[in-house]
Design a protein. Structure first.
Length: 348
């Protein structure tokens, strides 16, 4: 175990950084509004003029979001190295953007489609029933997706402001309110610019977290040596929980990659790209950068968590609930659902 630093020891620095971040989101919302034109295409698709840098970062931010910084490290921490193979879904997702995304973009520009509903309903000649079905499926995808992001904001607030009453609720509510405001006033242009910031923070944060964990462990040599002393379950399939069999892992990778690439938010980002070449380049950047971040960021944080905060006691016994579910050590959490706090705990 290592000694952690309480967020209270940092004074008002966390408050200032958080306020600056939220104000930056509002700033992009206002700038997006000032630069927009009063057309449906401009509001929803930023005028179909996004370049490869903006497109790749906004696709990254939409694809991984809070799962990259909280969920994925927590699952590697809980299940071990086997879950790192889940990163295979990233190049597969990039391939789907390269092959399918450019065709979707081309049809959208040629026929003026703004939403997935319009394209699918027109293709199958169902102006009402299929349009409503696609819209319903989009809502069923979007609601839990958005709620998870808000929940992540609450978790981070709870860890940063541990002594503040209702920090979880306040953090989630503040993030939700700011997000609604900048999207409402600036549309897709504001979303894309904030995604550039958040995508850059995502990539930089993942890699920096990996470097930090290795440094905390004493460097590359001591870190690798410590990994060899992890329990055998952490270094083999199906992992510590016994859940991730190869069949399930590869099936999840296929469905996660293709499913996340055809969700409504990503589909509209295909429409917003300025050309097929731009979208294909974005797909290559997306697949290369995020796969690198997963292996040298997420995986190192998760495995480093097992080194710094072992899942077994001195006798080599795992901590389990009465129902047999794996528990994190007390320094990380008190329930099976709190493994996703490992990134925040390690970096403290």
């Amino acid at each position: 175990m290592i000694e952690s630093v309480s967020p209270g020891d940092l004074g008002y620095a966390p408050h200032a950084i958080l306020c600056l971040y939220l104000l930056l989101l509002l700033f992009f919302g206002i700038v997006g509004y000032l630069k927009s034109s009063a057309t449906e295409e401009d509001y929803y698709l930023a005028g179909r003029g996004q370049g490869w840098c903006v497109s790749s970062l906004t696709i990254m931010a939409t694809f991984f979001s809070s799962f990259a910084l909280l969920g994925a490290p927590g699952m590697v921490y809980r299940d071990g190295i086997v879950f790192a193979l889940f990163s295979l879904n990233v190049p597969l997702a990039g391939a789907s953007v390269y092959v399918l995304g450019s065709r979707i973009r081309r049809l959208g520009r040629e026929r003026g489609y703004v939403t997935p509903c319009e394209m699918i309903a027109d293709h199958y000649g169902s102006p009402l029933a299929l349009r409503l079905l696609v819209a319903l499926i989009g809502v069923l995808y979007a609601v839990p997706y958005v709620v998870i992001q808000i929940q992540a904001g609450g978790i981070l607030s709870q860890r940063m402001f541990a002594d503040t009453p209702h920090a979880f609720e306040g953090g989630g509510a503040a993030l939700a309110l700011i997000t609604v405001v900048y999207i409402a006033i600036g549309g897709m242009r504001s979303v894309a610019w904030t995604d550039v910031v958040q995508g850059s923070l995502l990539v930089g944060g993942m890699l920096l977290a990996g470097v930090a964990v290795v440094a905390i462990a004493g460097g590359v040599g001591p870190f690798l040596e410590a990994l060899t002393r992890l329990p055998p379950k952490s270094l083999s399939a199906p992992g510590t929980s016994g859940h991730w069999t190869p069949e399930l892992l590869f099936t999840a990778s296929v469905f996660a990659s293709l499913g996340s690439m055809v969700q409504p938010a990503q589909w509209m980002r295909f429409f917003a790209a300025s050309s097929d070449a731009v979208l294909r380049r974005s797909a290559l950047v997306f697949a290369t950068v995020l796969t690198t971040c997963f292996f040298f960021g997420v995986m190192l944080v998760g495995l480093g968590g097992q080194v710094l905060y072992p899942l077994v006691d001195d006798a080599g016994v795992y901590r389990l609930t009465g129902a047999g579910r794996l528990l994190p050590p007390p320094a990380v959490g008190t329930s099976p659902g709190e493994f996703d706090q490992i990134l925040v705990v390690v970096l403290q």
